[in-house]
Design a protein around this ligand. Structure first.
Ligand code: NDP
Length: 293
């Protein structure tokens, strides 16, 4: 069966719309997400536009700062400080990647923890590790919500996470561990032989590598749950002249779908859930300022 992140994300956003209307009516507070985009990277612009569109649909205020690619570290830090100090702003999202001359870690570190709705701040990740309240990075949080809403309980299951990045693989390991799965993490130094052996035994596979169809479908254990986080643009054989190509995941979908019990499509699986979790975190951040969350 398909783990339909698009449909679930739509439902979550509809619920948030209702909750936001009630919250705003009760408190007079309109949740506000500030987005910061530096430069003209087309993919980043698309992501930010889609986040802002979601904000407006739900009833949040969307404040946008589009900055010149040449902005200095000091000026960007100052903007983050200003947003930290602005009581009308509940969430701050600095779209990554930033241009090379900027120190992204230092910028993310400067975001106030209670406004870190992306969950990228090192202390947010620390809070996830220690099961303290805070904001988990949106993509792995979206993965967990997708499992939960589909009635898939990771407890006692063997989970394999491919990838150990700070925003996906590592927090996915933490969240699955907290959900009582037995988790193994694979990365670029894992041998292909070990990877195959581990994937073949995985009840739950989370692939977050960034390589098209990196995991052959034949490796999937019959009945496994496959969560494909990867988003890779490749040429479309059905439309080879289209420069946009097509999107595929890290798992060879067609063959994997024949063996898996549940599988996320790419696109339409984890991607929409990431935005749904960002929207959820933004409302929670606003509710916390009013002392109601
Ligand atoms: P990173 O490039 O930060 O991390 C990739 C990870 O894959 C690293 O841990 C790396 O290992 C590992 N890796 C690389 N090569 C291999 C290999 N041969 N065998 C095993 N592991 C390997 O990527 P992200 O985590 O940011 O993103 C991963 C994918 O998920 C990308 O396609 C990205 O576009 C997508 N993504 C999707 C989102 C969504 O909303 N759906 C959100 C965020 C990301 P090592 O640590 O050793 O280098």
């Amino acid at each position: 069966m398909i783990l339909d992140g698009k449909a679930l994300s739509k439902r979550i956003k509809a619920e948030l719309t209702e909750q936001t209307a009630a919250f705003t009516a009760e408190t007079g507070i309109v949740p506000c997400l500030a987005t910061v985009l530096v430069g003209e990277d087309p993919a980043s612009a698309v992501y930010v536009r889609s986040k802002r569109r979601s904000c407006k649909k739900i009833g949040y205020e969307s404040r946008h700062h589009h900055l010149d690619a040449g902005i200095t570290q000091e000026a960007l830090l100052q903007l983050v400080e200003d947003l930290n100090g602005d009581d009308a702003v509940h969430g701050i999202l600095v779209q990554l990647p930033l241009p090379k001359h900027l120190d992204a870690d230092a910028i993310i570190d400067a975001i106030a923890l209670e406004k870190d709705v992306d969950g990228f701040h090192p202390r947010s990740v620390g809070h996830v590790a220690l099961k303290k309240p805070g904001f988990a990075p949106c993509t792995p949080a979206g993965v967990m919500r997708l499992l939960e809403e589909s009635g898939i309980n990771p407890s006692g299951k063997r989970a394999v996470v491919i990838g150990r990045s700070a925003i996906v693989g590592l927090p996915a390991l933490l969240l699955l561990t907290h959900a009582n799965a037995t988790v193994t993490v694979c990365h670029s130094r894992t041998s292909r032989e070990d990877l195959e052996e581990l994937v073949r035994k995985a009840d739950i596979l989370v692939a977050a590598v960034g390589r098209p169809e990196f995991v052959p479908g034949e490796w999937i254990k019959p009945g496994a749950v496959v969560i494909d986080v990867g988003i890779n643009r490749v040429p479309n054989p059905a439309d080879p002249d289209n420069p946009k190509g097509m999107l595929v995941g890290d798992v060879a979908f067609a063959t994997a779908a024949e063996r898996a019990s549940w599988i996320t499509p790419v696109p339409g699986g984890v991607g929409p859930m990431t935005i749904a979790m960002l929207m959820t975190n933004t409302l929670i951040a606003a509710q916390r300022t009013a002392g109601v969350a």
